[in-house]
Structure formats: C-alpha cells, structure tokens
Write a protein that binds this ligand. Structure first.
Ligand code: NDP
Length: 397
C-alpha cells in the first residue's frame, strides 16, 4: 500500500523494521535510516523475506532529512530515534509532504521537560498541508491511550479515575540496566512525580508515592507514581477524568543504583569539562551501561501493562482493568530484542498500518486516543500483543 521510512536503529527500531517486514501487503517499500548506518545494515541483513534499503541520516539536521525524504519519497515516517529529534523530523515532513508517527513526545536536550505543547503547536501546519501526524504510538504512551479510548467507547459513560500500571516482572540478570535508551529512561525517572486531580497537576518528590500492586501472572510488585506524558493528552481528551495517575514498578536494586548515580552526579544533563573536553555525564553513563537492545538473550519473565479505570456506566459505578502481558523470551525469539522494545515497536508498526490502510488518517496532529481504538486493538492482538479485560473487580487503587 505504501512506502515507509523508519528512523532509528536501536531496540525499538529493530522491532519496527522486523514487524514492518512481516507485513509487506501493507508496506510495499521499506527504508531504515539512522545516525549509524552499520546498525541499519545489520538489522536489514537479519530480514530475509524482503530487501530493506538503509541510509545514514542525522535526524537533528532538517536539510539532511529533507534530502533523504525527497530521494526516497516515503508516504509515512516512523520516528523511533530519540525524543530530541521529534521537531526536526516533523519540520522535514512538512517540507517534503510526508506523514509522521512517533512513540515519545519532544524533549529539549538541556531540560527534562515532558509536554506536548511543542508538537501540538504543529497542528495547523499539518492540517493545512493535509498531512497526518500520529503522536505517542508505543505502549505507554500508545496502547495504554488506546485502551482508555476503548474503555470510554464501550464500557463507560464517564471515566472518573484512571490508573496506568506498568510492571516489568522480567529479569535481565544484570546488576543495572535500563530497558530502553538509558539517557531518556533515567531523565524520566529522576524527575519529580506528577498526577492530575480535580483539574490540576499535583507534584510529588521522585518516588515519593508508592504501593504494592498485584499484576496478572506476576504477583505483587512495589509500584511508584511518576509522571508520564500520556496523562497530559488523556485528561485533555477525556475531560470527565477526575484523577489520572501513572505507576511503574522498580526493584530495590534498581533504585539503589539510581540513587548512587544521582548522588555522585552521573545523571547530570548539563555539560562539564573533562580533560579539556566537554561531556554530559548522563551521556557518558549511557556509553558504559548495557545496550537495551542487547538485553534480550538472557531475559526471563514478563511485562504487564494496562489501565485500571473507575467510572459510571448506566448510572452505576463500574470498574474495569484492561492489560497485556508480554514474555521477554517470546519477544526475543521473534525479533531478537527484549519485551520493552517489542511492546513499543509492535504498536508503532500497527499505528503505521492503521495509517497506510486509511483508518487512522486525518489532517492535523493527533494523539492516538483521538482515533478509533477498535481496528487498532484487533490488529495489535494479531501482531503479538493480545489484551485481556476484567470488569467489576477490586482495582487496589
Ligand atoms: P535506542 O537508544 O536503542 O535507539 C535510538 C536510535 O536512534 C539509535 O539507533 C540512535 O543512533 C538513533 N539516533 C539517535 N540520535 C539520532 C540522530 N540525531 N539522527 C539519527 N538517528 C539518531 O532507543 P530505543 O530504541 O530504546 O528507543 C527509541 C524511542 O522509543 C525513544 O524515543 C524512546 O523514548 C521511545 N520509547 C517509547 C516507549 C513507549 O512505550 N511509548 C517505550 C520505550 C521507548 P545510534 O545508534 O547512532 O546511537
């Protein structure tokens, strides 16, 4: 149906390239481009059923992006590079008349600040150009946002309380590693927590609020309240929500390592001089930590991510839990990557399929919950992330 250009050849890029290549009825021509071309070539060499083109591109550079887009002429760009590149890629999409999809909201390099304002500001320009931009199409944001839209469409007259619960019950057998880009991951976790209540944001200290929650097939895990970007768009798009929170599990070992790294200044995002060279400590830290894309081989256990929702249906209080469990071993067997890359790359591929099929296509900039959730959920289950649901249960929250 159409030509697709994937930007980014990390853990998520690997999964997207492999899943896109499994759906050649939808994606007729595929190119994978990233900063380091050899990484694209390696991924392409592992894909046997179809030939994937590869290219080198610096996605911080709009001119380079425009030149690449104009030569390959994709219909859609799947941006699975880093959040820092969102705006340059969106800018280039407008210049070359290409549609856009990503999995994480823009973040300035020198400030750990998560908000959609920069990307929502492109709304008019994409609308006038007749182009679609789909924001946040990974798992969270992404599938969790679609779960919320599905709950609102089918099971509630009004959603009042939304808790997104993200558990990694897996074990990669390393003393410390992050499951996706370490720099982005550590920036996210070390910032202050924040949740929505009664029309305003309430700020907390990092990891201040936590409690044990029970995850299907995993058991009880300590879960920490933190700010996650989908909360911003969900409370805007579902204004009946009185409280929206995000919880993520962390082991004690992980938190101890993180605290030490923070205390000794290794998570700093401002540049320092080292032997006459300017370095950013967190970028140096990334270089010595395990590569998330390589964790898959010995990873055991499952992730479990979902939405626990309370609201009103037919005048009665109703509770609902919708979730997916993903096995790290199964993800590795299929794509050579661990479950966190898999649970991000599969929804990005499915979002791209929705676009290519004309189901999620309208001029402007949209978060995924603004599209019809039904065809996406049907396809995401077929592509490897089946979902489950329970009604009228104790949500623990
Ligand atoms: P990785 O660090 O493994 O991969 C990032 C890739 O982007 C690398 O190949 C890197 O190149 C490339 N890249 C970085 N800067 C540039 C640039 N300037 N130009 C071109 N390419 C560049 O990250 P992940 O695969 O783990 O994550 C990818 C994205 O997915 C991130 O934005 C992350 O926030 C998001 N994500 C979203 C989730 C969700 O559920 N919504 C969950 C997990 C991740 P090089 O190899 O040269 O460094």
């Amino acid at each position: 149906m159409g030509k697709v250009l994937i930007i980014g050849a990390g853990g998520v890029g690997t999964v997207v390239a492999k899943k896109v290549a499994m759906n050649t009825d939808v994606f007729t021509e595929i190119m994978l481009a990233s900063r380091t071309k050899s990484k694209c070539d390696k991924i392409a060499s592992e894909i046997k059923n179809v030939q994937i083109k590869t290219a080198q591109v610096d996605a911080d550079n709009v001119e380079e992006l425009v030149a690449l887009f104009d030569s390959f002429k994709p219909e859609l760009v799947i941006n699975v590079a880093l959040p820092y590149q969102d705006l340059t890629i969106m800018e280039a999409c407008l210049r070359s008349s290409v549609n856009y999809l990503d999995t994480a909201n823009y973040e300035p390099l020198d400030e750990a600040k998560y908000e959609y304002s920069w990307q929502w500001a492109y709304q008019e320009r994409f609308r006038e150009a007749g182009l679609t931009a789909i924001l946040g199409c990974g798992f969270d944001p992404g599938v969790t946002s679609v779960y919320t839209a599905y709950a609102a469409k089918h099971h509630f007259d009004e959603i009042h309380y939304l808790d997104i619960v993200d558990c990694n019950g897996g074990d990669h057998h390393k003393a410390f590693a992050t499951n996706f880009n370490p720099e982005i991951n550590i920036r996210e976790i070390t910032q202050k927590g924040k949740y929505w209540e009664n029309g305003q944001w309430i700020e907390t200290e990092p990891q201040e609020i936590h409690k044990g929650l029970t995850y299907p097939n995993i058991g009880v895990r300590e879960s920490y309240l933190l700010y996650h970007e989908e909360l911003e768009s969900l409370v805007k798009n579902f204004p009946t929500i009185k409280r929206a929170r995000f919880w993520m599990t962390f082991g004690q070992e992980y938190l101890t390592h993180l605290r030490v790294m923070q205390n000794i200044g290794m998570t700093r995002i401002d540049p320092i001089m080292y032997n006459g060279v300017e370095i950013v400590p967190i970028q140096f830290l990334k270089a010595v930590l395990p590569n998330p894309g390589d964790l898959g081989e010995n990873y055991t256990g499952e992730t479990s991510i979902g939405c626990r929702i309370r609201g009103i249906r037919d005048g009665q209080e109703h509770t609902y839990y919708i979730w997916n469990n993903c096995s790290h071993e199964a993800a590795y067997k299929e794509t050579g990557t661990q479950g966190v890359s898999y649970t991000t790359g599969v929804p990005a591929t499915v979002g791209a399929m929705m676009f290519m099929k004309g189901i999620w296509r309208k001029p402007g900039v949209f978060n995924v919950e603004e599209f019809d959730p039904d065809p996406f959920l049907e396809e995401v289950a077929k592509q490897g992330l089946p979902w489950h649901e329970k009604h009228d249960i104790d949500l623990e929250l």
